[in-house]
Ligand binder design. Structure first.
Ligand SMILES: O=C(O)c1cc(=O)[nH]c(=O)n1[C@@H]1O[C@H](COP(=O)(O)O)[C@@H](O)[C@H]1O
Length: 278
C-alpha cells in the first residue's frame, strides 16, 4: 500500500486523469445487451472487459457490490479480480457497499474492505451514517490508519431521501447538514485534501448546503439519472474541483464494443474537466 493519504491520491488522480468515476454495475439487462448470459461467466466477462478498457486512464472505478453478491462466492471472486486488476492499472477503486451498523460490526466491515491486508481491500468505500454518524467511526479510523478513504452518504440521489436527509434537528440544521459538519471537522487542516468524502447526488436540486468541507465528493446521478455538468457546477460552486461525477448505466450502455465504451468514458471525462477550474 502507498504511504500517501487517500485525499492526496484522489487530488492527484483528478489532476492527471480527469474527474470521472466509472461505475461497474453489471445489471442483468446490461449483460443481455452485451450478448452475455446472466451467469457468473457473463458477470466476469462484462466486468473484466470494462476494467481492461478504462482502468488505465480514468481516476476512479466504482464497482457496486450487490451486482457481484448476486452470484455468491463466485461473484465475490470476480469482485476481487475487478479490484486487483483496476488497482494494478492505476485506478483508485471505490467499492460501493454503503455499509453502516453498530460500532463493533462497523469495525468488521472496516477490516473487510479498508485493512490493506484483506482480500477485498480497496482505496475507499461508501458508508451510511444514518444509524448516527458515530456508528461509521470505526470505518473512518481504519481508513485513516490505512491511507484509505470513506465516502459518507450525505444527500443521496433517490427520491425517498429528503424525508430523512432534509429533516431538521435541534437548532434548525438539516440531518444532511450535520453529516457535512462532521466531515468538515474530520478533514480540517488536511492538505491537499482530506480523505473522508461525501456522497451527494447530482439530482438533489437546491438545498442551500455548503460543500466546502475540504474532502472528496462522489456525485452519482449523472447520465442515466439525468444529472448534468451544469447541475454539478450549480450545486457545488467552488467545491466542484473536489467532485468526481459517477456514471454507471449511461457509460456501460455504450458496450459491448470496447472502443465505443472507452470513447463514451473519454467524452464524459472531458466534459467534466471544466470542474477543475471551479
Ligand atoms: O453511493 C452511490 O454510489 C450512490 C449514491 C446515490 O445517492 N445514488 C446512486 O445512484 N448511487 C449509486 O450510483 C450508481 C448509479 O448508477 P447509474 O444511475 O447507472 O449511473 C449506482 O451504483 C447507485 O447504487
Amino acid at each position: 500500500m502507498t504511504s500517501t493519504t487517500f485525499g492526496a491520491r484522489f487530488r492527484e488522480a483528478l489532476e492527471t486523469r480527469g474527474p470521472l468515476c466509472v461505475g461497474i454495475d453489471p445489471h442483468p439487462g446490461l449483460l443481455g445487451d452485451w450478448g452475455l448470459d446472466d451467469t457468473v461467466e457473463g458477470l466476469e466477462k462484462f466486468a473484466l472487459t470494462a476494467v481492461e478498457a478504462v482502468a488505465g486512464e480514468v481516476s476512479l472505478l466504482k464497482p457496486q457490490s450487490a451486482f457481484y453478491e448476486r452470484f455468491g462466492s463466485r461473484g465475490i471472486a470476480v469482485l476481487e479480480r475487478v479490484i486487483s486488476d483496476a488497482r494494478a492499472a492505476g485506478a483508485l477503486v471505490l467499492l460501493d457497499v454503503k455499509r453502516g451498523d453498530i460500532g463493533s460490526t462497523s469495525q468488521a466491515y472496516a477490516d473487510a474492505y479498508l485493512d490493506q491486508s484483506s482480500p477485498l481491500a480497496v482505496d475507499a468505500i461508501t458508508a451510511s451514517p444514518y444509524l448516527g454518524f458515530g456508528s461509521v467511526s470505526p470505518m473512518i479510523e481504519t481508513a485513516l490508519r490505512n491511507d484509505a478513504g470513506v465516502f459518507v452518504l450525505a444527500l443521496t440521489s433517490n427520491k425517498e431521501a429528503p424525508e430523512v436527509q432534509h429533516a431538521l434537528v435541534e437548532g434548525g440544521r438539516s440531518v444532511a447538514g450535520t453529516v457535512l459538519d462532521h466531515l468538515a471537522a474530520l478533514n480540517q487542516g488536511a492538505e491537499p485534501l482530506g480523505s473522508i468524502g461525501a456522497v451527494v447526488g447530482a439530482t438533489i436540486g437546491e438545498t442551500g448546503e455548503s460543500f466546502d468541507f475540504n474532502g472528496p465528493i462522489l456525485v452519482p446521478g449523472v447520465g442515466a439519472q439525468g444529472g448534468t455538468v451544469d447541475d454539478v457546477r450549480r450545486i457545488f460552486g467552488a467545491a466542484a474541483r473536489n467532485v468526481t461525477p459517477s456514471s454507471s448505466r449511461g457509460l456501460l450502455a455504450a458496450g459491448p464494443s470496447v472502443s465505443a465504451f472507452r470513447d463514451a468514458c473519454r467524452r464524459a471525462n472531458d466534459e467534466f474537466r471544466v470542474l477543475a477550474g471551479a
